[in-house]
Design a protein around this ligand. Structure first.
Ligand code: ZN
Length: 465
């Protein structure tokens, strides 16, 4: 990770340092320094392109032992996934997060450690690493250790961090997601975290902003608008078509958030008689456990207890590898939801191999497909996909559901910022690809008339706090 040169440091006072999610959407890590205290907001993994992933192996640009606290805005790994690494490098807590975020981290972080171990083992078996032996970034055990540092902080509940008051406010996006507000007698800062959309199927709308002198806002969709097309209708049509052909509907889905939206959507479509009553299988232990967490925190999303029950009962749960393998032999039309969401790994690969060759079947992508993944390649029209070392000819219909994003689009971000009763002194636009971040910066300056800048990776700026 690059550090700004000392000459870029403003003299004295409080500072904000962008050590991740600058010029990219992953690796969220922002350091607040205030009156001798150091608080890290989010501790995410860099993901995607290799040059970004390598940043996970760089030394920290601060001493983890000198941090006073970490605040996690939500459980997605690009915001929480480096916590085990920080703990292994000497950080001793506390980590503040909402109870729902803590519950989701309890699933995601050990799973991430497990995957890191698998990757290292694969590299050692196939000698694909320059390092011998290749070591995991962190282990499942490291992840479990780091979970002990988490301390629940309910949204709306202020806590004193020695001269700074921290308060989390609901941001929509996924279960437990929040923005982090910091106040001192001299000023205030709001770190948006990932901002949800006001019309999300499951998550409540982000809370309005009370006031912020400094605002740090994400810009994942800073240059895009969600399509108005109704994904429920697209989903219903593809299911009807596939059932009429006698095929299988295969849905790669992210286990956290997206799988639950799909279950809810399928329950509604069945209830309203818009799709035939096909069996639905949820073939992902992580998605099954996440669905349980959604039921446990039912007051924190839009679904009524009745809708929650409907969502959880619409699918047969396949927890064991045997239950998953049994789906290979299914001889009738059915819907299989499985992970990973971009078909980069996991049980979905078995279903793509088994049913993707069948022209009667459909593969339905229900989320963003990053460049280079099997999902992106299938959507781009490629039909020869390598799975488990075998070239598989895909004859199934390939469909993308429009508008299934957990992020606010550019207009929704602007509308959320407008909930502020007074203009901020400064907006920092982070967590976006360069074009998206700059497009949002332009809109903030020209439509709202507020000073806005896109920080560079490693940039330190003065913070009036
Ligand atoms: Zn997120």
């Amino acid at each position: 990770m690059s550090q700004a040169s000392p000459s870029a440091r403003p003299g004295g006072g409080s500072r904000l340092s962008f050590f991740g999610a600058a010029g990219t959407v992953t690796g969220s890590r922002t350091l607040i320094e205030h009156e001798g205290r150091r608080i890290l907001v989010d501790c995410g993994l860099f993901q995607g392109y290799k040059h970004l992933r390598l940043l996970n192996r760089e030394p920290w640009p601060f001493d983890p032992r000198q941090l006073d606290a970490v605040v996690l805005t939500h459980a997605h790994l690009d915001h929480s996934g480096a916590l085990p690494l920080l703990a292994r490098n000497g950080f001793r807590g506390p980590v503040f997060a909402t109870p729902a975020t803590i519950a989701l981290c309890g699933l995601l972080l050990p799973d991430s450690g497990h995957l890191q171990e698998d990757d290292a083992a694969f590299a050692n078996r196939h000698r694909t690493s320059r390092h011998a032996p290749a070591l995991p970034l962190y282990t499942e055990e490291d992840a479990r250790e780091s979970l002990r540092l988490l301390e629940p902080l309910d949204a709306g509940q202020p806590i004193d961090l020695g001269g700074l008051k921290l308060r989390l406010q609901r941001a929509g996006h996924i279960l437990g997601a929040s923005s982090a507000e910091f106040r001192s007698p001299r000023g205030s800062l709001l770190m948006s975290g990932d901002v949800g959309r006001p019309d999300d199927l499951l998550s409540c709308a982000p809370e309005p902003i009370a006031h912020a002198d400094t605002l740090v806002i994400e810009s994942t969709y800073g240059d895009r608008l969600h399509l108005a097309e109704d994904h429920a209708s697209v989903l219903a049509e593809v299911i009807r078509r596939t059932a009429a052909r006698g095929g299988m509907v295969i849905v790669p889905a992210f286990a956290v958030g997206r799988a639950q939206s799909l279950l809810y959507q399928l329950w509604r479509l069945k209830r309203d008689g818009r799709i035939p009553d096909l069996p639905v299988f949820l073939d992902s232990p992580m998605a099954i456990d996440t669905t349980d967490i959604y039921l446990r925190f039912h007051r924190e999303h839009r679904l009524s207890p009745d809708e929650c029950r409907g969502m959880s009962r619409v699918a047969t749960l396949c927890r064991t590898p045997e239950a998953s393998r049994a789906l290979n032999a299914l001889g009738y039309p059915a819907i299989i939801i499985s992970a990973s969401g971009m078909a980069t790994g996991g049980r979905i690969l078995h279903h793509l191999r088994n049913h993707g060759r069948d022209h009667r079947s459909s593969i339905v992508f229900a989320g963003y497909q990053a460049g280079g993944t099997r999902g992106a390649r299938l959507l781009a029209g490629e039909r020869e996909i390598r799975i488990f070392g075998e070239d598989v000819r895909i004859r199934a219909e390939v469909v993308s559901l429009p508008g299934m994003s957990a992020h606010a689009d550019a207009a929704q971000l602007i509308a959320w910022m407008k909930t502020m009763p007074a203009a901020p002194h400064q907006v920092w636009v982070n967590h976006g690809e360069p074009a998206a971040a700059d497009a949002l910066r332009w809109r903030i300056e020209h439509e709202l008339g507020w000073p806005a800048s896109v920080p560079l990776m490693g940039q330190r700026v003065a913070l009036p706090l």
